[in-house]
Design a protein around this ligand. Structure first.
Ligand code: XIL
Length: 344
């Protein structure tokens, strides 16, 4: 039995994995229990999974993940209460079935806004009341900033302005209680324009008394990008506001963007690419350790290379045949060079 990742980083930060309910069995369950002390749902807790139609709740998959975390004494991150993607369209339809965003009458626009905020509050209240004893960290809103640093022009934003962000955090706090940790989660938080836009929003929200406890950095990164300097600067900037940081969706793609050079099979991936990935894992985990109390959790967006959302993109950009391999366990659950570099 190899040493455990969770033990290695004990007292520094949690080690988490994103899972689908069907992954909680067999080899994957064994790896989870040994190497990880935190879980998050890859899809099962998104609005479209939990409330596909208004008032129709589907808890099955989410409950399974909660059960597993409970049974094995793992932390649980909740992903995600509010997002522009994987959200059912009924949220944004008025009572006549029309798209709220198209409304031009100002009185009706205000009514729509209130209706949307009410639906969001009902969603948050229902979910939080069910899981508040199990979840320690909540992604309250996900990806609300565009790469430019401007606010993302989503239906949420077009209908409510930034009120949805404020109300989402306030509602989460109200039902989850003071001990719950509430996060604003996003990708490319290392990119200066985006980092600064996120910072301006968070600073402004904190001034208004909005209960934000921390920033979730997705960290869908590559071997050569982003730089360690930009990564460090982003953590430092948010800790400077007194906020916690969590790495919420770590994967290190073997490829640049777009991944149009993806290898068609695992066998064809050269050993030196895995070595370069291992070096990158080593550097990034050293950076994480150096953050001390400013970083409380590091979650991988999967367990092993056989199941990663990056495969969809590798395939899409490489003529339907590419694979990616972004984790420290390979497609057969064996440890990779990357594993040895972060355990030593
Ligand atoms: C991804 C899942 O991994 C996929 O299975 C799904 O098809 C799409 O969503 N940022 C997020 C995650 O916040 O929820 C996304 O997860 C990956 C990008």
């Amino acid at each position: 039995q190899v040493a455990s990742l969770a033990d290695r980083y004990e007292g520094k930060f949690d080690i988490g994995a994103a899972v689908e309910p069907h992954q909680l069995e067999g080899r994957q369950a064994k790896i989870l229990k040994h190497h990880y002390n935190s879980l998050v749902a890859e899809n099962a807790m998104k609005p479209i999974s939990l409330q596909p139609r208004e008032g129709e709740w589907n808890w099955e998959g989410a409950d399974k993940i909660v059960e597993f975390a409970r049974k094995h004494d793992m932390e649980l991150r909740f992903h995600t209460l509010v997002w522009h993607s994987q959200v059912p369209q009924w949220f944004f339809l008025d009572e006549n079935g029309n798209q709220m965003v198209n409304e031009t009458n100002s009185e009706k626009r205000e009514q729509n806004k209130q209706l949307l905020l009410e639906r969001m509050q009902t969603h948050i209240k229902t979910v939080v009341e069910r899981y508040k004893d199990d979840v320690t960290s909540w992604d309250v809103v996900n990806e609300v900033i565009a790469d430019s640093g401007a606010l993302r022009n989503s239906p949420w934003y077009r209908i409510t302005g930034t009120d949805y962000i404020k109300v989402a955090f306030e509602t989460a706090r109200k039902y989850a209680g003071d001990d719950a940790k509430l996060y604003i989660n996003d990708y490319n938080t290392e990119v200066p324009s985006k980092r600064d836009g996120l910072f301006r929003l968070v600073e402004d929200m904190l001034k208004q008394g909005v209960p934000i406890d921390g920033v979730g950095h997705q960290a869908h990164i590559q071997i050569g990008w982003p730089s360690l300097e930009d990564t460090q600067a982003s953590f430092d900037k948010f800790s400077g506001l007194g906020l916690d940081n969590q790495v919420t969706e770590l994967d290190i793609s073997l490829y640049g963007w777009p991944p149009n050079n993806a290898y068609p099979t695992y066998e064809e991936i050269p050993a030196d690419l895995y070595e370069a990935q291992a070096e990158r894992f080593d550097q990034i985990f050293k950076l994480y350790e150096g953050l001390g109390a400013d970083l409380s959790s590091v979650t991988f967006w999967g367990i092993a290379d056989n199941h990663t959302w990056l495969d969809d993109r590798a395939r899409q950009y490489s003529g339907g045949v590419g694979v990616d391999a972004p984790f420290v366990f390979d497609q057969d659950y064996r440890v990779k060079p990357s594993f040895w570099r972060i355990i030593d």
